[in-house]
Design a protein around this ligand. Structure first.
Ligand SMILES: Cc1ncc(COP(=O)(O)O)c(C=O)c1O
Length: 402
């Protein structure tokens, strides 16, 4: 078989992506993940850059104690498990981390996955059948969209955070055997929070389960970083939280589902990404346990992140950028036009600031944006410098008047 016709087809697709200003470039980082990075363009020399786009919310990705805990776990438990959990892939470390997450979140039980993408991929088809219905926010993360697609249940997408539309969907499906509402706790491209008290109220009224993906909230949202259920005082009313170990909790990798005991037990028996994929590696489990220790020992990290977020949001608004009001360290600067967004991100990079532009398919066409993520590891000087660079870059590319 000749690859030639396929080569032409794929080349045309790549050209289209590039011409539309949607090309995603990967720069090489030559240091650990942290606010001041050394970055290298292909073929270029490493440059010191202020990083404004990691999910390293608590600054734990290069924390010496997390690194040491990961190394210790590797020394004592090995590098990898080379097995799924139920064959010979469960160590004391996995059990300890699951119990620790349950205690932290105040849930009955927890199951680890290789990623939160997998946790969402294996959830819905396991819990629901064709007699059931899923109600899903239109801006939910791609992993929820894919997980919902895998399920045989009926699907009803409700308008973003629109409680009237959610109610209408619940009523449309009142004769289904069961209903499940799924939402991101924090919407990753907007930084807004789900309306959990209303969602839980509607769920109780209509006998529905509630699933919250708290990937951008675990460790940082809520008074003690226990996520959006803590932020809104609805712990115990959310049936399942899915989340990641790949963001605030050290940023390694791995994910989990945490919630009602029977539901987690069923996932352990039936969930395909759990049954048919390798165990979380011991160094990841060891590092994540240490990240939780540090988070609980140093609550000031969460407070610092909150204060820094406020400072950055206020300064950017004061400088003339239109930023939707909010409280989350995800701060989207929506520019709209794809090429202008790419030009502004490039200009920022030349000024030594890494803030990546997001374009289709990560966000809808015409809603391109630069997404900033504040970290507890940023200093006030870092953030003030970032605002100055944003203003200069925006003037240079015509996003702000000169
Ligand atoms: C809301 C949400 N859910 C799930 C994921 C996937 O997490 P992981 O990297 O653990 O697969 C992400 C990461 O981008 C996310 O933002």
């Amino acid at each position: 078989m000749s690859f030639e016709p396929y080569r032409q087809r794929f080349r045309a697709a790549l050209k289209e992506i590039e011409e539309a200003g949607m090309w995603k470039r990967e720069r090489e980082i030559t240091t650990a993940q942290r606010p001041r990075l050394s970055l290298r363009e292909p073929g270029g020399a490493p440059r010191l850059t202020l990083n404004l786009c990691a999910n390293n919310y608590l600054g734990l990705a290069d924390h010496p104690e997390v690194i040491e805990a990961a190394c210790r776990a590797a020394r004592e438990h090995g590098f990898g498990m080379a097995s799924v959990r139920f064959i010979c892939g469960t160590q004391d470390l996995h059990r300890e981390l699951e119990a620790r997450i349950s205690r932290f979140l105040g849930t009955e039980d927890t199951i680890l996955y290789g990623s939160c993408f997998d946790a969402n991929g294996g959830l819905f088809e396991t819990l629901l059948g064709p007699e059931d219905a899923i109600l899903t926010d239109e801006l939910n993360h791609a992993s929820i969209i894919d997980g919902v697609r895998l399920a045989k249940a009926k699907r009803r997408i409700f308008k973003h955070s629109d409680m009237a539309d959610l109610r209408a969907g619940l009523e449309e499906h009142r004769s289904a055997r069961g209903r499940l509402i799924v939402t991101d706790g924090v919407f990753s491209m907007h930084g807004d929070l789900a309306r959990l008290p209303e969602i839980c109220g509607l769920a109780e009224e209509h006998g529905a389960l509630v699933v919250v993906d708290d990937s951008h909230a675990t460790g940082l949202v809520g008074p003690t970083g226990r996520g959006t259920p803590e932020r809104f005082g609805v712990q115990g009313r959310v049936d399942v939280v899915t989340s990641t170990l790949g963001k605030a909790l050290g940023g390694g990798s791995g994910g989990f589902a945490s919630g009602r005991a029977e539901l987690i037990a069923l996932l352990r028996q039936r969930s395909r990404p759990y049954l048919f994929s390798n165990s979380v590696a011991p160094p990841i489990a060891g590092g994540a346990l240490k990240a939780l220790d540090i988070l609980e020992r140093e609550p000031e990290r969460v407070e610092r992140l909150r204060a820094s977020t406020r400072r950055f949001r206020e300064a950017m608004t004061g400088a003339g950028f239109s930023i939707a009001p909010g409280e989350h360290p995800i701060v989207p600067i929506v520019i709209g036009d794809e090429r202008k967004t790419a030009a502004m991100a490039e200009d920022l990079f030349r000024r030594g600031v890494l803030a990546v532009g997001f374009t289709y398919p990560v966000v809808p066409k015409g809603q391109a944006r630069i997404r900033v993520q504040v970290s507890a590891a940023h200093t006030p000087e870092d953030l003030d410098h970032a605002v100055r660079c944003f203003v200069e870059a925006a003037r240079a590319v015509g996003v702000l008047p000169p």
